[in-house]
Design a protein around this ligand. Structure first.
Ligand SMILES: NC(=O)c1ccc[n+]([C@@H]2O[C@H](COP(=O)([O-])OP(=O)(O)OC[C@H]3O[C@@H](n4cnc5c(N)ncnc54)[C@H](O)[C@@H]3O)[C@@H](O)[C@H]2O)c1
Ligand SMILES: [Zn+2]
Length: 362
């Protein structure tokens, strides 16, 4: 099947493989030099029962020395307590630096297994086997790993590149609709920041996408991965260009906190995107039609475009300003110069942010 390659500055780079089953997994792992090594699968309590056995079976040609670590699913477990349990199990299984970790699951598994891999014995190799739309198009690529600390999201982490990202797109069939829609929040973002033609394609193919038609999903996920790949290759440690991926996230993260994490991440990104587009429109970089088309396109993908009437706009503004992605006290806001062309703007005013948020309360 198809694959794309991600260059990295410090090591060999890695492939992203787009498959429809797990058959090619053992060959790819053997090519990386892990024949007969120990493999530890880290997964969560929803994903492992669904796909754990299929992965273990698929690994047989390369090794049968396979262990698994399964933790309770959910963002609330993406913390150092769970990492400690992972370390304990890795020690118990006598995993050493020549062995391999497989992160099998969504972004929570990928971030946490990645962080455990980055730190256990000062770093051991890991591969990502993402199973949510969000992890296939976003979190499995780029080497950002980490966990939440107290109420702070992704506060503790490390850059640690995977040796391979292996997608079995058939796993997306068991994802519930709300999780799938949440992933679409990031996919739509990719079109808006980098590729107007892709954005149009998403609008024109919403039926096939929502039906999770495999050829359409495969095309979409590959294009999103290319966009994320191009951005992270240029700026692996988020000094500039990579910030464009935060489009919709500045206000989005604030909404996420304001709503007490009751909305999915991609839902908040959709709302943050609408606010950021409105600011871009008021600065005359988007036309009226473009602004409303972007807002309305979230609806068929099952994403929200409004907040409750009694939303406290000032509180969201405050949370926006406390986001950790600041640049010497100024918010590094991402706006659109045009559909498909995002840029970093440090001069967005409080009034503009408030007006952007108000668009969500109608
Ligand atoms: N590292 C990065 O660059 C990066 C980027 C974006 C997001 N993230 C992180 O990713 C996390 C969110 O990831 P997510 O949205 O994948 O959430 P998730 O990992 O919690 O998965 C969502 C839910 O779907 C279940 N699930 C996963 N795959 C399934 C499947 N195929 N079938 C049925 N159920 C399945 C999971 O058990 C979970 O209950 C957040 O913690 C966020 O901080 C990281
Ligand atoms: Zn995101």
């Amino acid at each position: 099947m198809e694959s794309i390659f991600v260059k990295t500055s410090s090591d060999t780079g890695y492939d992203i493989m787009f498959e429809r089953d797990f058959k090619a997994l053992s060959g790819a792992i053997e090519k990386l030099g892990f024949k007969d090594r120990k493999i530890v699968i880290i997964s969560d309590s929803n994903v492992f029962p669904l796909y754990g056995e299929a992965v273990i079976k698929a690994l047989e040609p390369v090794t049968t020395d396979v262990y698994n670590i399964v933790f309770a699913a959910g963002e609330e477990n993406k913390n150092l307590d769970t990492v400690k349990e992972i370390y304990k199990a890795l020690i118990e299984y006598k995993a050493d630096r020549k062995d391999l970790i497989i992160a099998l699951g969504g972004g929570v598994v990928g971030d946490m297994a990645g962080y455990a891999s980055a730190t256990y014995l000062r770093g051991i190799d890991f591969i990502q086997v993402p199973t949510t739309l969000l992890s296939c198009t976003d979190s499995s690529i780029g080497g950002k790993t980490g966990v939440d600390f107290d109420e702070y999201k992704n506060m503790v982490g490390a850059f640690h590149m995977p040796r391979l990202v292996f997608m079995n797109l058939a796993t997306l069939s068991t994802l519930d609709d709300r999780e799938f829609a949440s992933g679409m929040g990031e996919v739509i973002k990719h079109g808006l920041i980098k590729d107007a033609a892709y954005y149009e394609w998403l609008i024109n193919n919403f039926n096939e996408i929502n039906d999770r038609e495999l050829d359409t999903l495969s095309h979409m996920i590959k294009r999103s991965c290319e966009i994320k790949r191009d951005v992270v290759e240029q700026d692996p440690t988020e000094k500039g260009e990579r910030a464009l991926l935060n489009f919709g996230h500045t206000i989005g993260h604030a909404i996420e906190k304001y709503m007490d994490f009751k909305l999915r991440h991609g839902e908040c990104v959709a709302l943050g995107t609408i606010a950021a587009c409105y600011i871009s429109y008021k600065r005359q970089m988007l036309s009226t039609e473009e602004n409303y088309e972007i807002r309305d396109m979230f609806v068929p993908f099952g994403l929200p475009i409004t907040l409750p009437d009694d939303t406290n706009v000032e509180e969201i503004l405050k949370l926006t300003k406390s986001d950790k992605k600041m640049d010497g006290g100024r918010i590094r806001f991402i706006l659109l110069k045009d559909v498909g062309k995002a840029y970093i703007e440090t001069g967005v005013t409080d009034e503009e942010i408030i007006e952007g948020i108000r668009q969500l309360i109608i």
